[in-house]
Design a protein around this ligand. Structure first.
Ligand SMILES: Cc1cc2nc3c(=O)[nH]c(=O)nc-3n(C[C@H](O)[C@H](O)[C@H](O)COP(=O)(O)O)c2cc1C
Length: 354
């Protein structure tokens, strides 16, 4: 009862502060990234003071989900989109079942020019359009962060999302990280291959090269028994998804993540060229849900490997629908920035279903 009231009170505070910060910092000129930078700094401060305990919620034991040797404290996980430790730490305090780092590439990159991230409405639903273009520290810097005790001490699965411009890039990033993980005494890591990339310069990615994907998976499997998730795009057709699933079916300890953000032009979402530096980017948020659910139903009706349902998850009923349709766990990005206090609320409701 008390925890329920606490989460609802904090949720209200969070949403008021978030909206005020966006209005003051990100409206003139319109650039959501300014609000994000401020919000991240504020959160970093909060998480380094005793105030962080305000965000600590116990996860009900009966909602733990096992996938291979991974033990997710809850079926809710953070999708790959952030690598700042304070955010990942805060979501773990709130009760997220596992986390995924933002996609790491071989070489450092600043991504695209700003403004490259904005709030939008699509079919009346809230969303975020981003053309970040995969900014990354690069694998050499990233691998030094992996052994982060603050995150590891939760004992929950941690995903490493890998991207690249070609098969060799993916393998090189994997190999660097694999060598680092070998020396870390923590067995809850998993890999995720981000094979869909609405934001890269040439728009090409591994989902266009399925032979390359298969050979990469075989090479990775020869080196590691850690689970590998393949994250696909909502822009892929049903036929393309099926072809990817046919490859996965032959592999062990793999799962499919359905899916990434969806390519949309900025103009179609009412943004003008002053507010968005590229023609378009990846749309995330509520509007993706119908497609996510459809894809979960399609894949679960034909294949046995686990499914992570990502895209548009915004409330308890979305979570229940994808879980009841065959997903094992549920990835979330936009909801975690708009109302992360939903995590303990959804966890509590899920625990009643047992
Ligand atoms: C700002 C932002 C950055 C993202 N960066 C990545 C990324 O680096 N790698 C990735 O696989 N997906 C990335 N995504 C996609 C999310 O992981 C997620 O798949 C997508 O947003 C759909 O989920 P949602 O509707 O819950 O936001 C990003 C999304 C957003 C909003």
């Amino acid at each position: 009862m008390f925890n329920n009231l606490r989460s609802k009170f904090l949720s209200l505070q969070f949403r008021i502060i978030r909206r005020s910060v966006i209005t003051i910092l990100a409206s003139f000129p319109k650039d959501l990234e300014r609000a994000i930078i401020f919000g991240d700094a504020l959160n970093h401060f909060l998480m380094s003071t005793p105030l962080k305990y305000l965000f600590k919620f116990a996860v009900p034991k009966n909602i733990e989900v096992k996938m291979f040797d991974l033990k997710f404290a809850s079926p809710l996980i953070s999708a790959s989109f952030k690598d700042d430790v304070s955010s990942l730490f805060q979501w773990q305090l709130l009760g997220i079942g596992g986390i995924t780092y933002k996609t790491v590439l071989k070489d450092p990159s600043k991504g695209n020019n700003r403004p490259r991230i904005q709030e939008v409405r699509h079919n009346g639903r809230y969303g975020i359009l981003n053309s970040l273009g995969l900014p990354t520290k690069g694998v050499k810097k990233f691998k030094k962060l992996i052994n982060n005790k603050k995150l590891i001490n939760f004992g929950r699965p941690i995903g490493i999302s890998i991207g690249g411009n070609n098969v060799q890039d993916y393998y090189d990033v994997f190999n660097e990280i694999h060598c680092t993980l070998e020396n870390i005494d923590f067995n809850q890591f998993f890999y995720e291959l981000n094979i869909s990339c609405p934001n890269t310069s040439d728009g090409k990615c591994l989902s266009d090269n399925l032979e390359g994907l298969e050979s990469l998976l075989l090479k990775m499997r020869a080196k590691t028994s850690r689970p590998i998730f393949i994250k696909v795009s909502p822009d892929s057709s049903r036929e393309e998804i099926i072809k990817i699933c046919d490859i996965l079916e032959k592999m062990s300890f793999v799962a499919i993540n359905l899916g990434n953000s969806k390519y949309m032009t900025a103009k179609s979402l009412g943004l003008n060229s002053d507010n968005f530096s590229k023609d378009g980017g990846g749309l995330s948020g509520e509007t993706l849900f119908d497609n996510t659910l459809e894809m979960v139903k399609l894949v679960s009706s034909k294949y046995k490997f686990p499914i992570i349902a990502t895209g548009g998850i915004s409330n308890l009923s979305n979570v229940e629908e994808v879980l009841n349709s065959g997903a094992t766990i549920v990835g979330m990005a936009t909801l975690l920035v708009s109302d992360p206090l939903k995590i303990p609320q959804i966890n509590k409701e899920l625990s009643k279903n047992d």
